[in-house]
Design a protein around this ligand. Structure first.
Ligand code: NAG
Ligand code: NAG
Ligand code: NAG
Ligand code: NAG
Ligand code: NAG
Length: 522
């Protein structure tokens, strides 16, 4: 305990110095900018708000409301209503809240927990920016809508419900969530059928959310932290991939391993508790076994390594220098640097996974996931560097600056918002051209339609644009050749997902002001 509070004091003083240094640096930059010839792409002085990203952020944030399940409170989406009120009832649980995964009505616990973790992280880093554009409460409410669900889904110490609905039954209907009549079976993990990655990701979600709610509702925050520590123990003690325990999950959210989630959850628990045992966890044999230091990876719902590396870099940038195994912690930071070097287009280690127009492009399914996730990490890393006055990033001999990272992130965001060969925004509701045939059941069916499960397929097949705008949906995205087919049955490109929205919310919050000072999470 003594050690913990001493470190906290030191952290506080470091931050004061860092803040002062950053203000001085900010003044320096703003003077430099003033001396530059003005053009429309030159950002304003540090801290000034970008209208473009503020507007995009407000739109993106609305998709969480579109995706909400349960009894809605202050519903702002006119074509949405209460739905799935009985979810969980067969186990005498209330699993009515949470959010639908994508264009369908499944609640998939693995990506849903990831959504909550990313949203928490975004709020922790960029809550001030969200507040400056009136989006903080909306972000906190959306997060709580998910964590309320996760709390109930963690029914007892070693039981976690990880799915509501059956993909087969769900996908054999085309109806509005409000009109669902099909079965909503529950799937759990437990000690005989464990699911390490889903339990660990849920622990990460709850640990990070406990930090978000710490100053708002301390009882709720403690409750989340209790669940997080229990779930982490469950995940760690009963190590088995949920894809092996419950093979059916492979069709939609197959996990390629649980080591990354264990490290990610432990890193969040370190931030939430300050307990050094979690640092020992990630730097000890689990680090050796799972961290894959030095090899860049793509941050995604399946792979949390790049996120873990950036999150732990925070500790080596700003944390107490007497944290245990500081030298091993540096390996995470070096790995985060390798990720950043891969993203920078001018770096000699730049990834070749890009379209001709510069969009990071890794997979034809949900293509926008990797550019958005990587850009979010790049903005964070840029702000960590600026705040700590780390001016240079070295990539195989070439040096880059925090502003190079930010420029990269801006290039990806701008592509997504319309600076692309299709001259369209992939964020629904933003700009004057965006997908109109989004693969989204609720958006495709008029609110007053009387169709049900089967006759509702006429709305999937209809040639008319969606009657409802799924505002804030980030669709899957373009082909490698920068083209996009706006067809409702094109789920590969045209289906939005709730986790993509968490990522773009994080990215846009980071870009809303011209640079951000990183602060302590607590
Ligand atoms: C454990 O979970 C599996 C998979 O969801 C389930 O089939 C089994 O019934 C559960 N065990 C208990 C004791 O409930
Ligand atoms: C699921 O992931 C495992 C582990 O990476 C892999 O071997 C398997 O082929 C994947 N299955 C599917 C259906 O994607
Ligand atoms: C730190 O975490 C470990 C592992 O969960 C636990 O055994 C220990 O009691 C914790 N220490 C404190 C000071 O809370
Ligand atoms: C772009 O790629 C898609 C998918 O590979 C292909 O179907 C389409 O014809 C291509 N379009 C052009 C203009 O090359
Ligand atoms: C979608 O519909 C179009 C015409 O409406 C058809 O040509 C295409 O094959 C369909 N694609 C899929 C993936 O079903």
């Amino acid at each position: 305990m003594g050690k913990k509070s001493r470190c906290k004091g030191c952290w506080g003083w470091c931050l004061v110095l860092i803040v002062l240094a950053t203000i001085a640096f900010g003044i320096f930059i703003s003077v430099k900018l003033k001396n530059r010839k003005s053009d429309s792409d030159v950002p304003g002085p540090p801290g000034s708000i970008s209208k473009k990203y503020a507007n995009a952020l407000k739109i993106a944030m609305q998709f969480f409301d579109v995706q909400k399940s349960g009894k809605l409170v202050d519903n702002k989406i006119f074509w949405r209503g209460d739905s799935a009120l009985k979810d969980g009832s067969e186990a005498k649980l209330d699993l009515s809240k949470g959010m639908y995964d994508a264009g369908d009505h499944m609640k998939f616990g693995f990506p849903l927990a990831y959504t909550a973790t990313v949203l928490s992280w975004s709020i922790l880093e960029y809550g001030d920016q969200m507040k400056a554009v009136n989006q903080l409460e909306q972000a906190q409410d959306s997060l709580k809508w998910i964590t309320d669900y996760l709390i109930n889904a963690h029914a007892s110490e070693n039981v976690l419900y990880i799915q509501v609905g059956s993909p087969k039954a769900d996908h054999s209907c085309w109806d509005r969530p409000e009109d669902m009549t099909g079965p909503r079976p529950l799937t759990q993990v437990n000690t005989s059928t464990p699911g390490t990655e889903v339990a660990a990701e849920t622990a990460a979600a709850m640990a990070s959310a406990s930090l978000v709610f710490k100053s708002i509702d301390s009882a709720y925050s403690s409750l989340l932290l209790n669940h997080a520590t229990q779930l982490f123990t469950f995940a760690d003690k009963h190590r088995k991939s949920y894809s092996i325990s419950i093979p059916e999950v492979k069709t939609y959210y197959n996990s390629t391993g649980f080591g990354d989630e264990l490290l990610w959850a432990a890193s969040w628990l370190y931030h939430a508790t300050g307990n050094q045992s979690y640092i020992n966890y990630v730097t000890g044999e689990n680090g050796e076994e799972f961290a894959n230091w030095g090899s860049p990876t793509w941050f995604s719902w399946d792979n949390k390594l790049a996120g873990t590396q950036v999150l732990l870099s925070r500790v080596s940038f700003f944390g107490p220098k007497d944290v245990s195994n500081f030298d091993i912690l540096q390996k995470y930071r070096k790995s985060a640097e390798a990720v950043m070097c891969g993203l920078l287009p001018e770096s000699s280690t730049a990834t070749s996974s890009r379209t001709d127009n510069g969009l990071i492009w890794v997979s034809e399914w949900n293509a926008l996931q990797q550019p958005v996730a990587s850009s979010f990490l790049a903005v964070l890393y840029s702000d960590y560097m600026l705040t700590s006055r780390t001016t240079k990033l070295s990539c195989n001999g070439d040096t880059f600056t925090p502003s190079d990272l930010r420029k990269f992130a801006i290039s990806q965001a701008d592509y997504i918002l319309g600076n692309n060969p299709m001259k369209m925004s992939y964020l629904v509701g933003y700009g004057n051209k965006y997908p109109e045939f989004v693969h989204h059941r609720g958006a495709s069916i008029p609110a007053d339609a009387t169709t049900g499960c089967k006759d509702g397929f006429k709305w999937l097949e209809s040639d008319e644009p969606n009657p409802n705008v799924a505002t804030g949906a980030l669709v899957g995205g373009p082909f490698l050749n920068d083209t996009y087919l706006d067809l409702r049955n094109n789920s590969m490109q045209g289906e939005p997902s709730t986790y993509n929205t968490a990522l773009i919310v994080g990215l846009l919050s980071g870009l809303v002001t011209t640079s951000s000072v990183v602060k302590s999470f607590t």
